[in-house]
Design a protein around this ligand. Structure first.
Ligand SMILES: [Zn+2]
Length: 64
């Protein structure tokens, strides 16, 4: 058996085997919470996730 690499979740700082974290480095719990925040902010049209999304849309529109 090979030891799986232990890494820290970028949000909660708890340690997990690398394969349990998603591409962003979040554990399943934080990934779920982040997704929930994301959706909430998109509906509210405010918050850091929404601002980030708006910037991304603007950047994409500028390239057309
Ligand atoms: Zn976490």
């Amino acid at each position: 058996m090979s030891k799986s690499k232990i890494v820290k979740c970028i949000d909660c700082d708890r340690e997990f085997p690398r394969k349990e974290l998603n591409r962003m480095g979040r554990c399943p719990e934080c990934a779920m919470a982040a997704m929930r925040d994301d959706i909430t902010q998109m509906h509210a049209h405010s918050g850091p996730y929404y601002e980030k999304w708006k910037q991304a849309v603007k950047a994409a529109a500028g390239k057309l």
